[in-house]
Design a protein around this ligand. Sequence first.
Ligand code: SF4
Length: 296
Amino acid sequence: MRRKEVIYEHTEAKSTLHRVNAWFLPFRWGINPYRGCEHDCVYCNARYTHEYLGLPTGDFAHKILVKDNAAAVLDRELSNKRWDRKWTVNMSTVTDPYQPVERELEIARDILEVFLKRRNALMVSTKSDLVLRDLDLLAEIARGGFLNVVVTIPSMDEELREKMEPRAPSIQKRIAVVRKIHDAGITVGVASVPLFPYISDSENDLERLIKTLAGSGADYVVVDVLNLRGEARSRVLPFIEGQYPELLPKYEGLYKADYCEKGHAAQVRERANRLIKEYHVDNYDRMFSYRKKTSA
Ligand code: SF4
């Protein structure tokens, strides 16, 4: 099927920082250089954010809003007397900051320059190897002791990746990102999220994944099982029906509500956390001591 053309709409943001109220996350603020995300992951539950812009959720992967002035606005916000530079900001929360168009526009890079200038605590979350373009800046920010990079790698299965994250960079490219960020002396974590029940959450799947991440220099790995919040349900269940029809009844059983049935989810977390310890990718203290130093 031919892919819909991607439309970029250039906008001027009035503000860039937004508060994140989730006690379990190691940051309290977020910044998004773009709205919408070309990576088009089937399980994405950020699509609802397009509704806030008066756009249909179906446009999330095809209509990308570009915040041309994000770095200038951020600089102003971080200079506010009431702002504390120890407050951690995550770039990004409802998009990937390294959209394909970032290669030309360099908005995320300009934002990094501001974090460096203001010596503000920062977390960068991405699936894209384009982040390596900015390794020079990231290494400089890390030398100030306030950077944590998180790469999302939910599975080692490239065929599955092509189906569930059709426009995101390959698994091998992301593994290379982990290695290079680690080699640059920067704390690097991996979010192995989401794990798909009966597709990518077996003992073998998890061992292959966690062993590879450990061998690639990850400091820590966090996992979570697929949830079907928001629009994810209306996309993931048809995806399962089309790609793994034999699993549909099991998924319908596991997902009577938005979250995976508790017993299955607990079993997967226990399995993953055991392997995470076994392969010594449980250096969460790097993230948590960072949080203690920097959280709001
Ligand atoms: S990279 Fe993140 S924001 Fe982008 S489509 Fe995938 S899950 Fe959604």
